[in-house]
Design a protein around this ligand. Sequence first.
Ligand code: EPU
Length: 417
Amino acid sequence: MDRFIIRGGKPLRGVIEIGGAKNAALPIMAATLLSSGVNRICRVPDMKDVRTMYGLLRHMGAQIIEGGSAEIDTGRINKYEAPYELVKTMRASVLVLGPLLARYGQARVSLPGGCAIGARPIDLHLAGLQKMGSKIELEAGYVIAKAKRLKGAVIHFDNPTVTGTENLIMAASIAKGNTVLENAAMEPEVKDLADCLVSMGAKIYGAGTSIIEIEGVDCLAPIDNYAIIPDRIQIATFMTIAGITGGKITIKGCSLEHLEAVSEKLREAGLQIEQTTEGIKVKGGREIIARDIKTMPYPGFPTDMQAQFMALMSVARGTSIIRENIFENRFMHVAELKRMGADINVDGNVATVRGVKNLKGAPVMATDLRASASLVMAALRAEGESVIHRIYHLDRGYERMDEKLIALGANIKRVSD
Ligand code: EPU
């Protein structure tokens, strides 16, 4: 298992580039199952979850050439299942359920089960598919779904669910008749999937808003060079790194679109953020100012940036109240940040962070993807050396983060056992 050894205290400076968004790449890769033939996708990020999705598609019979411009040939799909072994390492494997069912009339997908950040049920995905005429049974930990041809329906989500909305958009795109999704997730990754499906011939209206209408078509063409949007969470993480290290980072070729809530909070916290023709320029302020956040579905402050914002607040002037409204157990990083000297109290879904002057290097353990990013940030700021164990969590969703940090002047080493 890899670990990072980081010696903190250096302001990071320089220019980096960020690739495609993991959470857009995964549904778009699953969408290749809706067509038969060679799909070409551009700006595919090189990270562990993407490789897991390649593995899953190969398991079903896809022929794949991996890379930033990937080719996925779905002409010979012959298995309609997502096995437990793959789903347990990546919950987003559930994204193949809608496409398999719509295209092949059957799917056998392992139930994802709980994970470090919460119970994360998929009841809303299943209820939606049932409403579209699918039979669904749960058997030995698997969802077994069957349908002759899915039928359009009006589906109201009790909660706006990102992957649930994506599963149903994909299923509805080749169902018979019209589907309306109400209280749909409005995340940019949902819109990116819909834009990609439209490029394949789907008829989707309103993606990016809370009501999405889909007119089912008979078939879709393979994806023809669709470029995935840049990863807003990786961009925001590097912006926050400029803040916590008091550095100056340019994120090349990217825009602040999709980052309104995060950049507003970071500006209030004292960071200077500028959109230029070259990209986003971020400069850490003389001091970090405590600010409160509450996580919300898009366009609110993203839960996927809560841990990183907390690391920043741990060295701010004043007290910050952080309210996690999306996942019930997304404070696993708190205990580790405290090991580095942070002053944080948790009561239910509310964390009170009293800023300290500085953090101190310590051995810590990454527990989930975004929690790992917050520990890397804290270590980059801390006095002395930190060892961050279980970096495989970070590698799931950050593309070669250590190499990017080295390019910015960080003292960081990856050690493999
Ligand atoms: N929920 C239900 N029932 C469902 C589905 C969701 O109760 O059937 C609840 C969840 O338990 C949660 C809330 O609804 O409380 C929102 O969950 P959502 O379904 O939107 O999350 P997700 O689709 O499983 C995606 C991202 C997550 C991100 C969340 C929230 C992907 C592959 N994953 O998960 O990304 O945190 O949306 O924005 O898109 C990450 O990248 O680190 C990550 C965890």
